[in-house]
Ligand binder design. Structure first.
Ligand SMILES: Cc1cc2nc3c(=O)[nH]c(=O)nc-3n(C[C@H](O)[C@H](O)[C@H](O)COP(=O)(O)OP(=O)(O)OC[C@H]3O[C@@H](n4cnc5c(N)ncnc54)[C@H](O)[C@@H]3O)c2cc1C
Ligand SMILES: *[C@@H]1O[C@H](CO)[C@@H](O)[C@H](O)[C@H]1NC(C)=O
Ligand SMILES: *[C@@H]1O[C@H](CO)[C@@H](O)[C@H](O)[C@H]1NC(C)=O
Ligand SMILES: *[C@@H]1O[C@H](CO)[C@@H](O)[C@H](O)[C@H]1NC(C)=O
Ligand SMILES: *[C@@H]1O[C@H](CO)[C@@H](O)[C@H](O)[C@H]1NC(C)=O
Ligand SMILES: *[C@@H]1O[C@H](CO)[C@@H](O)[C@H](O)[C@H]1NC(C)=O
Ligand SMILES: *[C@@H]1O[C@H](CO)[C@@H](O)[C@H](O)[C@H]1NC(C)=O
Ligand SMILES: *[C@@H]1O[C@H](CO)[C@@H](O)[C@H](O)[C@H]1NC(C)=O
Length: 659
């Protein structure tokens, strides 16, 4: 492969030249082949960003390569209510078009299925022109400093103990077990265990930005519930929610009682206990997003001289190995292209813009954290993957590792939509103009005090079902949500519509498929879910969830009822429609953790890639199943713990050298 000649000599020279303070740098930074860091990390998202900042804070020098730019101060990244906008912004996001079904006839039954037309524009729907080229269904990812943690809906739910215990059981490494880590006040995850009440006063007044407060903001759930009057102050919505409380908890509640139920802490003792709650949103006290980006910027630009260099607009193209090694290959660096919009999933992509090739070297380790779609692509481009697939593409095999890109998992979401006979009244958004200027009362309120509807995020209502049933539901009155399709971030207001989104946890999938050797090409991503007996079993809770929602709606009094069902429409088969329209956005597991050396798994319990030295993966790819009801909490926790694991193993190596 393309390892540098005389790497060790270059390394020794550059080591002495290492600057003591490296601030965050503009595109590409000033780095070149002669600067070496302890760690080179690809991807600044929930996993890689958290890891990079944490490692730098432990005293290591870190070079972070991120394909996107920094847009952390843009309203669309800071404001909870604008989260959909960041996910479609060409400067902040990548739009993948993926296949939920291998069977294209089935895939095209999705009303969100998209096609490229002859003029280059995109059509989505059930009736494409005959010469349209099928693409698949839109699946957005964040491509900006902080990754998808800057573009996600900020729903913040604790993972289940079972997610961690499964890792411990699978690998035999007890240290992943929930009781050892996540209920342990001296572990890497201690912030996630501390009482919510302690934090409440600390974050309630200002948006602070140090590492400690970043974690505090992330883990302070109670204070970040949405304003309960947005549910209890809306008579129609209140009726539906009270009916749901009756359906799920068997209780009859008045307005006050409903408010009490909704304000229980879903991240406390009740997580995954059947009931009605509000979805918890991770915001600062001023209701700004605390994504991985803030942690990075505070670390790189804060007063302490941490050695974190951030190279934005930098697309990693392959991992570099030490040429002289015999036996196990050793990762020594990363090759990357500097430029904007260089990746095929970027809406600004122009094949003629090829970027500038650069290299960054690591004296200790390379860590890949490009997210569940990009991490396997980077590994395959570097010769780590299923032998047959690599050989068919002419990529020299460095390590035959069949698990790379396989076992893709997600949560499956199903939607049912109904229309009330009258608008759902008291919509808090009604007075907002969405102009985001001084004429917009919601904007000025949010700017000044953080309150108001713009400080609320996606889902004002949440209902979790039992762990056995493996599902989580949430809904909105006055908002039509159908998943992701071109333009999803600009829905027209639908004051009479009520959406229920049924999230089915744990979902089987297929994987990604490299298309070629060009790192700027997007791989073919095929879920092929909801197939066969397992698919039928996965569809059962969808149908069950939809039927509970229908009962709660239909039991509402006039003038809301009679309600009109419009997705699926009256007479359309519910089960089939839920399957056709299903979507996801919590992809994971394409480089899953498992027993060391077992090539049906990608990394061992210390996150090391099987068969390669000095190479680890720290992102959603390593979870054997998508963790929790919303995965970002688990990915942050992974980043924090990975910094401990990696730092510990560096210490061990130093001890050996000193000895
Ligand atoms: C629209 C949307 C809404 C979501 N809502 C929620 C929610 O409400 N709650 C929740 O828990 N989860 C939510 N998620 C999921 C959650 O954000 C992700 O699971 C999580 O961010 C995954 O972390 P990651 O580190 O694996 O990847 P990401 O956070 O996606 O980070 C990957 C980073 O790597 C960069 N990268 C990729 N390839 C390269 C390359 N070759 N070179 C350089 N850089 C590269 C990307 O630009 C990106 O910045 C949502 C996701 C989306 C997209
Ligand atoms: C960080 O510091 C650099 C160098 O001073 C500056 O160019 C950059 O804008 C800063 N970034 C942020 C997000 O403050
Ligand atoms: C690389 O760094 C060296 C040493 O600092 C410097 O002399 C050289 O000009 C740099 N090259 C580039 C392309 O930035
Ligand atoms: C493909 O899907 C269509 C529509 O669901 C179905 O009728 C057909 O039988 C499927 N084909 C195969 C080979 O499974
Ligand atoms: C708690 O975490 C510490 C630090 O990782 C560890 O040494 C200890 O064994 C853990 N405690 C328990 C009860 O597992
Ligand atoms: C961090 O917070 C301080 C005040 O607490 C503020 O002055 C500063 O601009 C913030 N930095 C960033 C990068 O947001
Ligand atoms: C929902 O009802 C309103 C009137 O209450 C109507 O204007 C709108 O078209 C309906 N939407 C759908 C999708 O049926
Ligand atoms: C919640 O919303 C109500 C209006 O519905 C408002 O009076 C109240 O101040 C809000 N509370 C907070 C904490 O924003």
């Amino acid at each position: 492969m393309l390892a540098p000649r005389n790497f060790k000599l270059v390394s020794a020279l550059a080591w002495t030249l290492l600057p003591t303070s490296l601030a965050a740098l503009p595109a590409g930074g000033t780095t070149n082949d002669s600067i070496i860091h302890d760690y080179v990390i690809i991807g600044s998202g929930a996993g890689g960003g958290t890891l990079a900042a944490s490692l730098a804070r432990k005293g290591h020098s870190v070079f972070l390569i991120e394909a996107g730019g920094d847009h952390g101060t843009a309203p669309s990244q800071q404001m909870p209510a604008l989260w959909p906008t960041s996910g479609e912004d060409p400067e902040m996001s990548w739009n993948f078009y993926i296949r939920y079904f291998a069977n294209e006839t089935q895939g095209r039954r999705d009303s969100k299925f998209s096609y490229r037309l002859e003029d280059g524009s995109i059509y989505y729907g059930l009736d494409p022109p005959s010469n349209a080229t099928p693409l698949g269904t839109l699946y957005p990812r964040g491509a900006t400093l902080g990754g998808s943690s800057q573009t996600n809906a900020m729903n913040f739910i604790k993972p289940r103990s079972a997610d961690w215990d499964y890792l411990a059981q699978l690998t035999g490494d007890e240290s992943w077990g929930a009781s050892r880590q996540w209920r342990n006040t001296s572990s890497a995850w201690k912030e996630f265990t501390t009482s919510q009440k302690v934090h409440r006063s600390m974050v309630s007044t200002s948006s602070t930005n140090t590492s400690d407060s970043w974690l505090r903001v992330l883990t302070c759930s109670k204070v970040n519930q949405n304003n309960v009057t947005y549910i209890t102050g809306r008579p129609g919505t209140r009726e539906v929610m009270s009916n749901l409380a009756h359906e799920i908890e068997g209780v009859e509640v008045d307005t006050e009682g409903l408010g009490h139920l909704l304000q229980r802490d879903v991240n406390g003792e009740n997580t995954y206990t059947p009931g009605v709650y509000q979805l918890v949103v991770s915001t600062s006290g001023m209701r700004r997003r605390p994504g991985a980006r803030d942690f990075l910027v505070d670390t790189a630009n804060g007063s302490a001289a941490y050695q974190l260099t951030i190279s934005t607009h930098s697309l990693a193209t392959q991992i570099l190995f030490d040429e002289k090694d015999v036996g196990e290959p050793t990762a020594v660096g990363v090759e990357y292209l500097v430029g904007e919009g260089l990746y095929g999933a970027d809406k600004r992509y122009n094949p003629d813009q090829t970027g500038t090739l650069r290299r960054a070297f690591a004296s200790k380790e390379v860590i890949v954290a490009g997210g569940a779609f990009n991490t396997p692509q980077i590994l395959k481009l570097s010769g780590i993957g299923p032998r047959e697939e690599l050989e068919s593409l002419g990529i020299p095999v460095v390590v035959d590792l069949p698990a790379v890109g396989k076992y893709l998992q997600d949560h499956t979401e199903g939607i049912v939509l109904v229309n009330s006979s009258v608008p759902w009244e008291n919509d808090p958004n009604a007075r907002c103009t969405m102009t985001l200027d001084e004429t917009d009362p919601c904007y000025t309120e949010w700017l000044e005090s953080g309150t108001g509807p713009y400080g609320e995020a996606a889902a004002p209502l949440a209902v979790s079902e039992s762990e056995q049933a493996d599902q989580f539901w949430f809904g909105f009155a006055g908002v039509e949500l159908r998943g992701f399709y071109p333009g999803y971030s600009h829905p027209t207001p639908q004051p009479s519509v009520f959406t229920w989104d049924i999230v089915k946890l744990h979902q089987a999938g297929d994987g990604d498929h490299a298309k070629g050797t060009d790192p700027r090409d997007v791989p073919e991503i095929v879920f092929d879910w909801l197939q066969g007996d397992i698919g039928e079993r996965d569809l059962d809770p969808f149908v069950e969830g939809a039927e509970v929602a229908y009962r709660a709606w239909d039991a509402a009094p006039a003038p809301y009822t009679p309600l009109t069902r419009f997705q699926p429409a009256e007479g359309v088969d519910l089960r089939q429609n839920l399957k056709d329209e299903a979507f996801g956005h919590h992809c994971s597991s394409t480089c899953r953790m498992g027993p060391k050396g077992n090539t049906d798994y990608c990394v061992d319990s210390e996150l090391r890639v099987n068969g390669v030295k000095n190479l680890r993966i720290v992102d959603a790819s390593i979870f054997p199943h998508t963790p929790g009801a919303f995965p970002v909490t688990s990915v942050y926790m992974l980043g924090i713990r990975a910094a401990d694991i990696i730092s510990e193993s560096a210490k061990k190596q130093c001890d050996l050298v000193n000895f």
